[in-house]
Design a protein around this ligand. Structure first.
Ligand code: IMP
Ligand code: MG
Length: 187
Protein backbone atom coordinates (compact mmCIF):
# COMPACT_ATOMS: atom_id res chain seq x y z
CA UNK A 1 0.00 0.00 0.00
CA UNK A 2 1.18 3.49 -0.84
CA UNK A 3 1.55 5.70 2.21
CA UNK A 4 -0.35 8.98 1.91
CA UNK A 5 1.75 11.79 3.39
CA UNK A 6 -0.53 14.76 2.65
CA UNK A 7 -3.84 14.68 0.79
CA UNK A 8 -5.22 17.64 -1.20
CA UNK A 9 -7.17 19.03 1.72
CA UNK A 10 -4.17 18.79 4.07
CA UNK A 11 -1.94 20.47 1.48
CA UNK A 12 -4.45 23.32 1.18
CA UNK A 13 -4.60 23.73 4.97
CA UNK A 14 -0.78 23.87 5.27
CA UNK A 15 -0.66 26.49 2.53
CA UNK A 16 -3.30 28.61 4.27
CA UNK A 17 -1.21 28.65 7.45
CA UNK A 18 1.96 29.56 5.52
CA UNK A 19 0.21 32.26 3.48
CA UNK A 20 -1.18 33.86 6.63
CA UNK A 21 2.32 34.11 8.15
CA UNK A 22 3.91 35.41 4.96
CA UNK A 23 1.11 37.97 4.47
CA UNK A 24 1.57 39.23 8.03
CA UNK A 25 5.33 39.61 7.55
CA UNK A 26 5.37 41.07 4.04
CA UNK A 27 2.37 43.40 4.23
CA UNK A 28 4.40 45.77 6.40
CA UNK A 29 7.04 46.38 3.72
CA UNK A 30 6.88 49.37 1.38
CA UNK A 31 9.11 47.81 -1.28
CA UNK A 32 7.99 45.08 -3.70
CA UNK A 33 9.55 41.65 -3.06
CA UNK A 34 10.66 39.18 -5.73
CA UNK A 35 9.28 35.67 -5.25
CA UNK A 36 11.71 33.18 -6.82
CA UNK A 37 10.52 29.60 -7.35
CA UNK A 38 13.02 26.77 -7.68
CA UNK A 39 12.01 24.76 -10.76
CA UNK A 40 10.63 22.31 -11.41
CA UNK A 41 9.60 20.83 -8.07
CA UNK A 42 8.34 24.00 -6.40
CA UNK A 43 5.97 24.99 -9.23
CA UNK A 44 2.70 23.41 -7.97
CA UNK A 45 3.30 24.65 -4.42
CA UNK A 46 4.41 28.12 -5.51
CA UNK A 47 1.39 28.58 -7.75
CA UNK A 48 -1.03 27.55 -5.01
CA UNK A 49 0.76 29.71 -2.44
CA UNK A 50 0.98 32.95 -4.44
CA UNK A 51 -2.78 32.96 -5.08
CA UNK A 52 -3.18 33.36 -1.32
CA UNK A 53 -0.61 36.14 -0.91
CA UNK A 54 -2.10 39.62 -0.84
CA UNK A 55 0.78 42.02 -1.52
CA UNK A 56 2.31 43.11 -4.86
CA UNK A 57 5.20 40.94 -5.99
CA UNK A 58 7.52 40.25 -8.88
CA UNK A 59 7.71 36.58 -9.88
CA UNK A 60 10.72 34.73 -11.16
CA UNK A 61 12.22 31.26 -11.38
CA UNK A 62 15.57 29.62 -11.04
CA UNK A 63 16.25 26.05 -12.13
CA UNK A 64 18.57 23.68 -10.36
CA UNK A 65 19.07 19.97 -10.60
CA UNK A 66 20.78 17.57 -8.21
CA UNK A 67 18.64 14.43 -8.06
CA UNK A 68 18.75 11.18 -9.98
CA UNK A 69 16.13 8.51 -9.14
CA UNK A 70 15.59 8.48 -5.39
CA UNK A 71 19.07 9.74 -4.43
CA UNK A 72 20.51 13.24 -4.31
CA UNK A 73 23.68 13.29 -6.43
CA UNK A 74 25.13 16.15 -4.38
CA UNK A 75 26.30 17.76 -7.60
CA UNK A 76 24.34 20.91 -8.39
CA UNK A 77 23.76 22.37 -11.82
CA UNK A 78 22.31 25.82 -12.40
CA UNK A 79 20.07 25.35 -15.43
CA UNK A 80 18.28 28.70 -15.41
CA UNK A 81 19.11 31.96 -13.66
CA UNK A 82 16.69 34.69 -12.48
CA UNK A 83 15.58 37.09 -15.21
CA UNK A 84 14.28 40.05 -13.21
CA UNK A 85 16.72 42.25 -11.35
CA UNK A 86 17.00 41.27 -7.69
CA UNK A 87 19.81 43.65 -6.85
CA UNK A 88 18.89 45.54 -3.70
CA UNK A 89 15.49 43.76 -3.61
CA UNK A 90 13.81 41.67 -0.96
CA UNK A 91 13.82 38.06 -2.21
CA UNK A 92 11.69 35.14 -1.05
CA UNK A 93 12.81 31.79 -2.44
CA UNK A 94 10.15 29.11 -2.78
CA UNK A 95 11.33 25.49 -2.71
CA UNK A 96 9.45 22.20 -2.63
CA UNK A 97 11.63 20.36 -0.10
CA UNK A 98 14.84 20.62 1.87
CA UNK A 99 16.60 17.29 2.14
CA UNK A 100 20.38 17.54 2.62
CA UNK A 101 20.10 21.34 2.43
CA UNK A 102 22.66 21.54 -0.36
CA UNK A 103 20.35 22.94 -3.04
CA UNK A 104 18.81 25.77 -1.07
CA UNK A 105 22.14 26.75 0.48
CA UNK A 106 23.64 26.82 -3.01
CA UNK A 107 20.79 28.97 -4.38
CA UNK A 108 20.99 31.45 -1.50
CA UNK A 109 24.80 31.76 -1.66
CA UNK A 110 24.73 32.08 -5.45
CA UNK A 111 22.09 34.83 -5.48
CA UNK A 112 23.78 36.80 -2.69
CA UNK A 113 27.18 36.63 -4.35
CA UNK A 114 26.00 37.45 -7.86
CA UNK A 115 23.20 39.99 -7.26
CA UNK A 116 23.61 41.42 -3.79
CA UNK A 117 19.89 41.48 -2.83
CA UNK A 118 18.72 43.50 0.18
CA UNK A 119 17.39 40.38 1.92
CA UNK A 120 16.88 36.70 1.16
CA UNK A 121 14.30 34.57 2.95
CA UNK A 122 13.41 30.99 2.15
CA UNK A 123 10.14 29.09 2.19
CA UNK A 124 9.94 25.33 1.72
CA UNK A 125 6.78 23.26 1.61
CA UNK A 126 8.47 20.25 3.21
CA UNK A 127 11.43 20.12 5.54
CA UNK A 128 12.87 16.57 5.56
CA UNK A 129 14.98 16.70 8.71
CA UNK A 130 17.04 13.47 9.00
CA UNK A 131 19.13 13.89 5.85
CA UNK A 132 20.46 17.39 6.56
CA UNK A 133 24.16 17.68 5.68
CA UNK A 134 24.39 21.44 5.43
CA UNK A 135 23.43 23.64 8.34
CA UNK A 136 20.47 25.50 6.86
CA UNK A 137 17.21 26.61 8.40
CA UNK A 138 14.39 27.90 6.19
CA UNK A 139 12.34 30.89 7.35
CA UNK A 140 8.97 29.37 6.43
CA UNK A 141 8.11 25.66 6.51
CA UNK A 142 4.79 24.09 5.49
CA UNK A 143 5.32 20.64 6.95
CA UNK A 144 8.21 18.84 8.67
CA UNK A 145 8.92 15.13 8.30
CA UNK A 146 11.26 13.31 10.64
CA UNK A 147 11.77 10.07 8.71
CA UNK A 148 13.82 9.67 5.58
CA UNK A 149 11.07 8.97 3.07
CA UNK A 150 11.21 9.48 -0.67
CA UNK A 151 8.16 11.51 -1.62
CA UNK A 152 6.29 11.66 -4.91
CA UNK A 153 3.49 13.97 -6.13
CA UNK A 154 2.66 17.68 -5.86
CA UNK A 155 5.91 18.68 -7.56
CA UNK A 156 8.00 15.79 -6.27
CA UNK A 157 9.09 13.52 -9.07
CA UNK A 158 10.46 10.09 -9.70
CA UNK A 159 12.74 10.62 -12.69
CA UNK A 160 10.52 13.54 -13.83
CA UNK A 161 7.27 11.60 -13.46
CA UNK A 162 4.24 12.34 -11.24
CA UNK A 163 4.87 16.01 -10.46
CA UNK A 164 1.22 16.55 -11.49
CA UNK A 165 -0.29 14.22 -8.86
CA UNK A 166 -2.32 16.50 -6.52
CA UNK A 167 -1.29 14.73 -3.26
CA UNK A 168 2.01 13.58 -1.71
CA UNK A 169 2.73 9.89 -1.17
CA UNK A 170 5.54 7.40 -0.55
CA UNK A 171 5.77 4.94 -3.45
CA UNK A 172 6.10 1.20 -2.82
CA UNK A 173 8.95 -0.94 -4.19
CA UNK A 174 6.40 -2.32 -6.67
CA UNK A 175 5.58 1.22 -7.85
CA UNK A 176 9.26 1.93 -8.46
CA UNK A 177 9.78 -1.29 -10.45
CA UNK A 178 6.65 -0.59 -12.50
CA UNK A 179 7.78 3.00 -13.18
CA UNK A 180 11.29 1.88 -14.11
CA UNK A 181 9.74 -0.49 -16.63
CA UNK A 182 7.48 2.27 -18.01
CA UNK A 183 10.47 4.59 -18.34
CA UNK A 184 12.50 1.87 -20.02
CA UNK A 185 9.68 1.27 -22.52
CA UNK A 186 9.35 4.94 -23.40
CA UNK A 187 13.04 5.48 -24.18
P1 IMP B 1 18.81 18.80 -1.17
O1 IMP B 1 19.77 19.58 -2.01
O2 IMP B 1 19.39 17.49 -0.77
O3 IMP B 1 18.27 19.57 0.00
O4 IMP B 1 17.61 18.38 -2.10
C1 IMP B 1 16.68 19.24 -2.48
C2 IMP B 1 16.11 18.86 -3.83
O5 IMP B 1 16.07 17.45 -4.05
C3 IMP B 1 14.71 19.34 -3.87
O6 IMP B 1 14.64 20.57 -4.54
C4 IMP B 1 13.94 18.26 -4.61
O7 IMP B 1 13.82 18.64 -5.96
C5 IMP B 1 14.79 17.03 -4.49
N1 IMP B 1 14.22 16.10 -3.50
C6 IMP B 1 14.58 15.96 -2.20
N2 IMP B 1 13.85 15.03 -1.57
C7 IMP B 1 12.99 14.54 -2.49
C8 IMP B 1 11.93 13.55 -2.43
O8 IMP B 1 11.63 12.94 -1.40
N3 IMP B 1 11.27 13.34 -3.61
C9 IMP B 1 11.58 13.99 -4.76
N4 IMP B 1 12.52 14.94 -4.85
C10 IMP B 1 13.23 15.21 -3.73
MG1 MG C 1 13.45 21.13 -6.01
Amino acid sequence: MQEMVLNEKQIDEKINVLAKKINEDYSKFQDIPVIVGVLKGAAPFMHDLIKKLNFPMFLDYIQISSYSGTESTGVIHLKKDVSVSIENKRVLIIEDIIDTGTTLKYVVDYLIKKYNPKEIKTCTFIDKKPMRKVDFNPDYVGYTIYENKFLVGYGFDYNELFRNVPYIFVPTKEDISKWDEMLENSK
